[in-house]
Write a protein that binds this ligand. Structure first.
Ligand SMILES: [Zn+2]
Length: 377
C-alpha cells in the first residue's frame, strides 16, 4: 500500500508540473496573440476548439485517494450489499476498516451453497446479535436440490434472517462455485421455485450467483423473475463480465429484479472491459434497482480496494441523493418491508411484557420485532 501511495504522489506531482507548464505555455500563447492583435477587433473573437483542445486534453484529472473520497462522501450512509466475512475472526478484523471508511452496515454471510455454509450462517447470526445495527444476516447453507432445503429456508426466515444468499443458482466458470454440492443447474432447477414462493411470503430477497450471465441460465432467471413477480431477486455482481447495455436489458420491465453492483470488479479487476462511468447512465435510468457491494474484495488486492471502488462510483454518480439511494435506501427498504414472523411473535409473547410495553403485534416489522426480542436478553 505504501508503495502504491508513493506512486500516486509521484503521478500527482508530475501532473501538477504538466499543468503548470501548460498554463505558462498557454498564457504566453494567448499573450502573444493579444500583443500581435493589440487594438484590433480580433482580440475578442472566440478561440477555435482546435486551438484550445491541444492545451487542455493531455492532463487527466488527478485520481482521488480513498481518504479524500471518504472525506467527501463519508456522510452518505452505505450498506455493503454482499459480504462473505461471516467468520468471527474475519468480521472482527474488518470492523475497524468499516469504521474508518464509513461503511455503516453489511449484508453478511460466509460460504456459498455447500454444507459448511450452515456453520457460517450461524456465525453471521452471531455477528448480528453482537452488532445488530451493523450486520444484516443472510444465509446460504441450503440444499437447493432437496425438499429439506425448503424447510431450512422457512426456519431461517422465521428465526429472523433477512435474506437468502449468496446462493449458486448456476455456476459453470466460477473457480469457487462451479463444484459446490448444493448448487442448482439454473434458476428454475431443484427446489428454487418453492423457495421463491417462500421468499415472497416473507418479503425476503434472494441474492443469486449466476455464471455465465448469458444463455440458458439467464433465460431461466428471467423466467423465474417473471413467474414470481412478488419475489425480489438480486443478481449478484451484475456488472462482472457483463456490459452496461446487458444490465439495462435485464432490468427493463422487471421491477422485482435488482442489480448488485460490485464496483471493485469494474474499477480494479483486469478482466473488466468497462469503467465505472460506463454504468452511470443505467444506474440513473433504474435508480431504485441498484445496490452497492464489495463482494469482500473477491479477486482484488483487498476488501479495502473494493470499498475504494464503491466510493469511486459514488463520486462518478455526481449526485448525492442518487448515491444515498443506491448505497443505502434501496437495500434498507428491502429489509424494513419484512413483516414479523410467527416465531418472533411467539418469542415476544414469551417475554410476558407488561400491557403498556406490548407493541402493536399486527403492524410490527421483522426489524422492530428483533429489537424487542434481543433487547430483553
Ligand atoms: Zn460473493
Amino acid at each position: 500500500m505504501e508503495n502504491s501511495k508513493g506512486i500516486r504522489i509521484a503521478k500527482l506531482v508530475i501532473s501538477l508540473i504538466a499543468i503548470i507548464g501548460l498554463l505558462v505555455y498557454s498564457k504566453e500563447f494567448f499573450l502573444d496573440e493579444v500583443d500581435e492583435n493589440s487594438g484590433s477587433e480580433q482580440v475578442n473573437q472566440p478561440v477555435s476548439e482546435s486551438t484550445v483542445l491541444p492545451v487542455l486534453s493531455p492532463v487527466p484529472a488527478a485520481k482521488k485517494t480513498l481518504e479524500e473520497l471518504v472525506a467527501a462522501y463519508g456522510d452518505i450512509p452505505i450498506i455493503d450489499a454482499h459480504n462473505h466475512n461471516a467468520g468471527s475472526s474475519k468480521y472482527n478484523a474488518m470492523l475497524e476498516v468499516w469504521d474508518k471508511h464509513s461503511i455503516d452496515r453489511v449484508v453478511l454471510f460466509g460460504a456459498v451453497s455447500e454444507p459448511v455454509a450452515v456453520e457460517t450462517d450461524q456465525l453471521a447470526w452471531r455477528a448480528y446479535l453482537e452488532h445488530p445495527d451493523r450486520f444484516i444476516p443472510f444465509f446460504s447453507g441450503v440444499n437447493l436440490l432437496e425438499e429439506s432445503g425448503i424447510e431450512t429456508v422457512r426456519a431461517n426466515l422465521e428465526k429472523g434472517y433477512f435474506g437468502i444468499g449468496e446462493i449458486a443458482a448456476a455456476s459453470i466458470h466460477s473457480p469457487l462455485l462451479a463444484n459446490v454440492p448444493w448448487k442448482t443447474k439454473h434458476p428454475m432447477d431443484g427446489v428454487l421455485p418453492q423457495i421463491y414462493e417462500l421468499c415472497a411470503e416473507y418479503k425476503a430477497p434472494l441474492l443469486l450467483h449466476i455464471d455465465p450471465l448469458n444463455g440458458v441460465v439467464i433465460d431461466k432467471l428471467l423466467e423465474a423473475v417473471e413467474k414470481y413477480p412478488d419475489t425480489t431477486f438480486i443478481l449478484a455482481h451484475a456488472n462482472a463480465y457483463n456490459s452496461p447495455g446487458h444490465v439495462e436489458l435485464l432490468l427493463e420491465g422487471r421491477p422485482n429484479l435488482y442489480a448488485d453492483f460490485f464496483a471493485g470488479f469494474t474499477a480494479f479487476n483486469k478482466d473488466s472491459e468497462y469503467t465505472l462511468e460506463d454504468y452511470v447512465p443505467v444506474i440513473k435510468k433504474y435508480p431504485d434497482r441498484f445496490l452497492l457491494s464489495t463482494d469482500s474484495g473477491f479477486g482484488l488486492e483487498s476488501e479495502e480496494v473494493a470499498i475504494e471502488a464503491v466510493y469511486q462510483l459514488i463520486d462518478a454518480l455526481d449526485d448525492r441523493e442518487l448515491a444515498k439511494q443506491v448505497a443505502y435506501d434501496n437495500l434498507d427498504a428491502l429489509i424494513q418491508q419484512q413483516p414479523v414472523t410467527a416465531t418472533q411473535l411467539a418469542a415476544i409473547d414469551a417475554l410476558n411484557l407488561k400491557e403498556v410495553d406490548r407493541p402493536d403485534m399486527k403492524s410490527l416489522s421483522k426489524v422492530e420485532a428483533a429489537k424487542i426480542i434481543y433487547a430483553k436478553q
